[in-house]
Ligand binder design. Structure first.
Ligand code: NAD
Length: 446
């Protein structure tokens, strides 16, 4: 996420957009399995009301009576709209006149929104969210200005999608009131990650969780790491999809299979929605922090260099004659990425076997990343991972959750897939947790 043109949408569109193949619903999901999956998802949602993760529930959150937002871009405006919907007055700040104009236009006639370039009004806010471009020097400057204007009681949060809080807390004199509040796509997804950095106080985390609930969203409070939970899982999925593309499986075939599996958009449609530049920069941050779920694919930099950033520029992996309309196959793409693709294959329409095989290859590394997250104790409970992947990234609800699905596949079978993938890429080597589960015959859900 950078100062490039902003995406029109984000991770999860509400409709499938590519029309290469007719939608085939995977035959591996019977009605009763689907009902059981939905029931598990409902239990996860219910559990979240009393178990929102790593937060001290004995601490009363301070209600937010005025919200400050710095950065009036895609995220700043979306978060403001949520707050306004709950009757919370908002002060919005930006450094760029066009961004201020767009915010004024978006909230014109709404007397509870103040749009300004001045930081002084932030003194009235109980919570201030920084939602400026994903670059550390800009965030540092903005953080320092926020702290010098904020009331002493105010909580300060960053909406960063990939930068660990440990790399930013030194921007503040009072580290303890700084946390992460990562909205995936405020208007579509209900999950919001609340991240406690190394110095975040328990009261700050409680305030942030309380605020997410004030917005009627689902908080999960987690520990600090690059990419947090949602984007680590997403990166594992996109990384593996790019590898499969590099090995010759066409974009349209991969996307059709994942939509047939139940995702609302395939991996390449998702990249086009988020923006190839955004994915590349967030992936680079995670790679710099030595996360194994990302490797440096030459395909994204190639698209970025060509200005094919996705929907926002009218072309990415697909073409978008209408930026909000359907994705259209682009015969030119194959030529553009040919140097990075081992061989060319004609896209095959999805068959139940093909869907299952591709879904396993793409999602086994996501399960692997989930077990790394568990081994690092980033989440309080494995069920928070399922909640995050379904309600932050649109994993199909009827499949019950990523780890619920992993149990249905069988840990031993997933281990076999990962071991075969690890022959080409040691980053797919199974974790000690997976090995132990396979050898003891245990499951995530008992
Ligand atoms: P954006 O490019 O749409 O908006 C960024 C805004 O920051 C712009 O309006 C810009 O004018 C403003 N800005 C830049 N420098 C500034 C400064 N010095 N002072 C004040 N304002 C300044 O970006 P976005 O997509 O809204 O992302 C914002 C943050 O949210 C990033 O940290 C990003 O990683 C995170 N995020 C984005 C998404 C997404 O899908 N776009 C999802 C989750 C989190």
């Amino acid at each position: 996420m950078t100062d490039q043109p902003k995406p029109h949408s984000t991770v999860t569109p509400s409709v499938s957009t590519s029309g290469t193949f007719p939608l085939v619903i995977a035959a591996d999901l019977s009605d009763s399995m689907s009902r059981a999956g939905l029931a598990n998802d409902a239990r996860l949602i219910h559990r979240n009301q009393t178990h929102p993760g790593l937060v001290d529930l004995s601490l009363l959150p301070r209600p937010v009576q005025r919200l400050g937002i710095v950065g009036c871009g895609l995220m700043g405006r979306s978060i403001a709209a949520l707050a306004v919907g709950q009757g919370i007055p908002v002060t919005m700040i930006d450094a760029a006149e066009p961004a201020l104009d767009l915010a004024r236009e978006t909230f014109s006639g709404d007397s509870c929104v103040t749009v300004t370039s001045q930081y002084a009004p932030l003194a009235e806010a109980d919570l201030i969210i920084e939602a400026v471009v994903e670059t550390l020097p800009v965030k540092k400057m903005v953080h320092q200005r926020i702290e010098s204007s904020a009331a002493t009681h105010a909580t300060i949060a960053s909406n960063t999608s990939s930068i660990p809080l440990s790399s930013m807390e030194h921007h503040f004199k009072s580290h303890e009131r700084f946390c992460g509040i990562h909205f995936c796509h405020p208007e579509v997804m209900s999950l919001v990650e609340v991240i406690a950095g190394p110095s975040t106080s328990p009261q700050t985390t409680a305030n942030a969780v309380g605020f997410v609930r004030q917005l009627e969203k689902m908080p999960i409070a987690i520990k600090d790491c690059a990419g947090f939970v949602v984007n680590r899982l997403l990166s594992a999925m996109l990384n593996q999809s790019l590898r499969l593309l590099g090995s010759g499986i066409p974009v349209a075939e991969i996307d059709a299979a994942m939509r047939a599996f139940g995702f609302k958009a395939g991996p390449f449609e998702i990249i086009d929605i988020i923006g190839a530049d955004t994915c590349m920069y967030a992936g680079r941050t995670m790679w710099e922090h030595k996360l194994e779920c990302v490797s440096l694919s030459p395909i994204l930099p190639r698209l970025v260099k060509l200005g094919r950033l996705g929907r926002k520029t009218g072309a990415g992996f697909y073409c978008y004659p209408d930026p909000r309309g359907d994705a259209v196959d682009d015969p030119e793409l194959q030529t553009l990425i040919a140097p990075y693709v081992k061989f060319e294959k004609v896209p095959q329409p999805p068959t139940p076997r093909g869907i299952r095989a591709l879904a396993l290859k793409i999602l086994a590394p996501v399960v692997l990343e989930a077990t790394r997250i568990l081994e690092q104790s980033i989440v309080d409970d494995f069920r928070d991972i399922d909640l995050a992947f379904t309600h932050g990234l649109s994993f199909p609800q009827q499949r019950g959750g990523l780890l619920y699905w992993a149990d249905q596949i069988g840990i031993k079978d997933l281990l076999d897939i990962l071991e075969s993938l690890a022959i080409d890429d040691p980053a797919h080597t199974p974790t000690a947790l997976l090995n132990s589960m396979a050898s003891h015959g245990t499951r995530f859900y008992n």
